[in-house]
Design a protein around this ligand. Sequence first.
Ligand code: CTP
Ligand code: MG
Length: 222
Amino acid sequence: MAGFEVGVSVLVPAAGQGERLGRGPKAFVRVGGRTLLDWTLRAFAWADEVWVALPPGAPEPAARANVRFVPGGSERQESVARLLERARGDVVLVHDAARPFVVPEVVDRLLATVVTAGAVVPVVPVPDTLIEPEDGRYGPALDRGRYTLVQTPQAFFREVLAEAHQLARSEGRTATDEAQLVQALGYPVELVPGDRRMFKVTYPEDLVLAEALARVWEERPL
Ligand code: CTP
Ligand code: MG
């Protein structure tokens, strides 16, 4: 990344089974002729190192100069913990393999902010009406303008994230992303605008959108 001096380690949890997708392991599902994981690895060819957590026993994908593999854990958080043990960069970017379309402008924003803030994540608005159901019925509507959806990549000083993971482990806490763990340290996590193209492939119909985006992405310079 131009103008960025410290080393960047990209950590890619890719060890999930893809139960909601109904096909898996999800990281090896193909869109536009590439696996979801390969889309991510292409996007981070510039990084000093990329560590990928694979489903235990999965065959390693074709070698890339900056990429290494470790066996993942049974939970996402454990997979990231294993990646973090290997990382050496001053800054780590944690990115789900389930998000194949990494928008370079968002990565630029994250890197520009993390050098001073130490923790930053991309967010996008909530498009739908948001409610809290009560006993299976319509409950209070939340003001969706006050909420936001959190994406990856998430950027941190490596030492901050390592401390956050250690604290979570010692307290037996789990979370669906790294920022929750960092926040639990009392460390402020900055927000930057994300991008809806960085959606997480979760359900079968998401693959239809992914196929369509893959056709456009192929023409973008990376
Ligand atoms: N992940 C991981 N190790 C796990 C579980 C998840 O590395 N034990 C990774 C997934 O591979 C994915 C990311 O964490 O890139 C986000 O998880 P999710 O979208 O939930 O993927 P899956 O866990 O595979 O899907 P599902 O929950 O539907 O089974
Ligand atoms: Mg999961």
